[in-house]
Write a protein that binds this ligand. Structure first.
Ligand code: HEM
Length: 128
């Protein structure tokens, strides 16, 4: 028997879309995060939707289009401080609160994302 993925439990593709749409408006308004992102956020949203889909156990959309995620390496060119990881997670928490009803699932998904976000920290400096 196959365990049911987070992706399926929270409602699949429409939920991933809604999550990304709730998340990025917050990111581009956040003083610590905004300076890192391009003016046109839509390509980032598309890739994040594909990535989160597979990250939470859905179809491997990101890998099919972009190749091996190597997601920490893809973030190396951006100065990711602990404060920025916390800011990213706070935007994501708000997006999840808005989009995902089950608080237990939200908590488990946020726990996973927190490990990933702090793993992406690549500088202790506070810039921007
Ligand atoms: C891309 C920042 C954490 C997934 C990016 C970009 C920035 C960024 C600046 C590139 C935008 C561009 O294309 O110019 C951050 C910061 C984080 C963080 C400050 C704080 C820790 C995460 C986490 C995930 C993630 C935890 C996934 C769980 C992605 C994906 C992309 C991306 C999928 C697109 C990659 C691609 O171009 O193929 N991020 N990120 N990020 N980020 Fe993050």
């Amino acid at each position: 028997e196959r365990p049911v993925s987070y992706y399926e439990q929270v409602g699949g593709a429409p939920t991933m879309r809604a999550l990304v749409e709730a998340f990025y408006p917050r990111v581009i308004e956040h003083p610590l995060l905004a300076p890192l992102f391009p003016e046109d956020i839509h390509p980032v949203m598309e890739k994040q939707e594909m990535f989160l889909t597979q990250y939470f156990g859905g179809p491997q959309l990101y890998t099919m289009r972009e190749g091996h995620p190597r997601m920490r390496a893809r973030h190396i060119r951006f100065p990711i401080t602990p404060d920025r990881a916390t800011a990213w997670l706070s935007c994501m928490q708000q997006a999840m609160d808005e989009v995902i009803e089950d608080s237990m699932l939200r908590e488990q998904m946020m726990e996973r994302l927190a490990m990933t976000a702090y793993f992406f920290v690549n500088t202790e400096e506070h810039e921007a």
